[in-house]
Ligand binder design. Sequence first.
Ligand code: ZN
Ligand code: ZN
Length: 342
Amino acid sequence: MRAVRFVAVGRPAEIVDVPKPSPGPGEVLIRVAGAGVCHSDLHVLDHGIGIEGPFTLGHENAGWIEEIGQGVTGWREGQAVAVYGPWGCGSCHSCQTSAENYCERHASIPTYGGGLGSDGGMAEYMIVPSARLLVALGDLDPVTTAPLSDAALTPYHAIKTALPLLTPDASVLVLGVGGLGHMAVQILRALTPARLIAGDIDPGKLAHARSLGAAHIVDTAAATAREEIRDIVGERGVTVALDFVGVQATIDLCTRTVGRNSRVTVVGMGGGTVHYDAGRPPYGTQVTVPYWGSRSELMEVIALAQAGRIKATVETFGLEQANAVYQRLRDGKIEGRAVLVP
Ligand SMILES: [Zn+2]
Ligand SMILES: [Zn+2]
């Protein structure tokens, strides 16, 4: 079968033939419907994640159960499923609560998940090491819902923990309206009455945010961006700032527009630093660095999609186009999420 492989740091992905895997005891073989193309893949290719290649990329995956390994019960072949992405030990306290994204034994596990150390979903088939990592999709199309397992789950987790602050008189700022950001806008619209401001440097992505329900859009490339946001939110400042870019300019924009007793959440891995100086960010500000989300939160995300409240904007490509798609992602030329379809 064809697969898009990480080979070594600094090398482009290789599209090669690998043997079709077969599931061992406890494992499940998935016929991949789609694999989302994520900025984290670029991080893997450019900087590595401390795990030697080669392995198949693709960590936001959905498909159909092709074959069930010995001892797996409760699932049937042909069932449409999302693959929960962060694979923990399955038995520590965090994993027992379904928050494998915060597995306490992650340092002793030689992988972060499929596509992140283990073989992922940019292939015709992938092995999922345990049925506990599957979430049923029901009638949802696995191609267009593949991005839900990261591009929607990650912002959902970040937003859910901030919900007590997102009251009708609060303001929430979303920076970066790419794969995660365009889902964040929809999740905020579905879950909170807070005033929603979206910022990006790309006019097309700002228009996209507007079409998805952002009340205000701000061109963050403009020198006046901070003043524009201040004018919208008034003296109280931004209540929750969600940074899906994470470069210095976006982190600084968050810390300089939030008010007292607010929250700055950095999700993007752009390499920026949160600086602290007395009173900036303002007193009472919580700074959070969430990672991905729990399996039960993925179930909630899928329920939102089933209810028609969120929908990934998806453009599909073949596996052979992987490197061209990565280049488009680097150039900021993907609206919503690119999905590779084997
Ligand atoms: Zn990702
Ligand atoms: Zn664990």
